[in-house]
Design a protein around this ligand. Structure first.
Ligand code: AMP
Length: 388
């Protein structure tokens, strides 16, 4: 019994959904993941402690996104088990310039979000599909959209601009920044870490990776720009790239927009450089020189971009690691920190190996922390704020 929110995070080949209690601390009671849409559709349902409750496979034929959403919704209805569903919250990648916070979805809002699809063609349509499906099935259920871009709207205008002709920025070609729900969650943890007014860089290092510079818990600059392809090297994305490379490839290899998209989003990064895998665990376990080179480049790019964000902040008080690699890979943290010695950062090897809370040495003038992120929990909090 009780009151619950459902939080939906729909991507290009997977749908995550979770039931969260509608009272603080908004704990997740069930988490579902349908992945392998288009390859080998598979569902795993976990309880609050992460133990698997159910697994299911489907034949790939006919199992499209619409079917995955329908399966997720049917399961979620079953899981309610007499509890009241108060609303559905959605992770939506792009809120454009307009949405600087979460919004209650109406038909007009949906149209506005649909119009932003060209800015994030690989994600936005998938994010909006479950909103439409739920609206058709339960038109009275409140739905809240939470954006990956919204947290960055606090950046000064100069941090959001490209040096392109003015008409381009007027047409929306600007730096938006992403991973905003993760950064917003980490920002909410800063007071408890004694970093409320501090100059902080948060390193969200997962399959997607970016950095965010924060002052007073607000975004000042970030490494992702117009799309989630900019900035750091990632699992399969190249990160910052001389735009001349793209023109060169168009001229010499006849690559078109789709081929370049596949190159920079799917074939590059750790996967492209190692020729082996996009997964940090696999690369760390490998003795292949190209695997080590890929990891070294990943770390080097982070070190370089930290330098840039320190300049934007005018100094640094703390570095926070989060997401799959940031939370779990002590070697990456140690290597990144070694390149920040010039800032005065020293890790404590034992604390870094333990990997939670403060990981910097007692005397280090710049501190470092590991804080697990919680994007879905952040959405649940927003829902309570909007629906309460
Ligand atoms: P995410 O996108 O946040 O789920 O992060 C995925 C990335 O985290 C992948 O590159 C994983 O290899 C990496 N990762 C997860 N656990 C570990 C671990 N124990 N050690 C190193 N990397 C890890």
């Amino acid at each position: 019994m009780g009151e619950l929110f459902v939080v939906v995070n729909a991507g290009s080949s997977s749908i995550k959904f979770a039931l969260h209690e509608a009272v603080a601390p908004f704990a997740a009671t069930r988490r579902g993941l349908i992945e392998g849409i288009g390859t080998a559709p598979h569902l795993r349902l976990r309880d609050a402690a992460g133990a698997t409750l159910m697994e299911r496979n489907w034949p790939v034929e006919g199992f499209d996104h619409a079917r995955a959403i329908a399966e997720a919704m049917a399961l979620e209805a079953e899981l309610l088990d007499g509890a009241t569903l108060l609303g559905a919250g959605h992770r939506v990648v792009h809120g454009g310039l307009h949405f600087a916070g979460p919004v209650r979805v109406t038909e007009a809002v949906l149209e506005e979000l649909q119009a932003l699809s060209p800015l994030a063609p690989l994600h936005q349509p998938h994010n909006l599909a479950p909103i439409r499906a739920i609206a058709a099935l339960a038109p009275e259920l409140p739905q809240i959209a939470c954006f990956d871009t919204a947290f960055h709207r606090s950046q000064p205008p100069i941090a959001q601009e490209f040096a392109l002709p003015r008409r381009m920025s007027e047409a929306g070609i600007r730096r938006y920044g992403f991973h905003g729900l993760s950064y917003e969650y980490i920002a909410s943890c800063l007071p408890r870490l004694g970093l409320a007014g501090a100059r902080v860089i948060v390193a969200h290092l997962g399959n997607g990776a970016s950095l965010c510079a924060m002052r007073d818990g607000r975004s000042v600059a970030s490494t992702m720009g117009f799309t989630a392809a900019d900035g750091l090297m990632m699992g399969t994305r190249c990160g910052a790239l001389d735009p001349g490379v793209l023109i060169h490839l168009m001229d010499t290899e006849g690559m078109d927009a789709r081929a370049l998209e596949a190159l920079i989003y799917k074939e590059s990064g750790l996967l492209g450089v190692s020729g082996l895998s996009s997964d940090m665990r696999t690369l760390r376990a490998s003795s292949e020189p190209h695997a080590a080179e890929a990891v070294a480049l990943f770390v080097y790019r982070i070190q370089r971009e930290i330098g840039s964000l320190v300049a934007a902040l005018g100094g640094l008080d703390a570095l926070i690691f989060t997401a799959g690699i940031g939370e779990n890979d002590a070697a990456t943290r140690a290597e990144v920190a070694a390149g920040c010695a010039w800032l005065g950062l020293t890790l404590d090897p034992a604390l870094n190996a333990a990997g939670r809370g403060r990981v910097s040495a007692e005397a280090s003038p710049v501190s470092a922390f590991v804080v697990p992120t919680d994007e879905e929990g952040m959405i649940a909090r927003h829902m309570a704020g909007m629906l309460g």
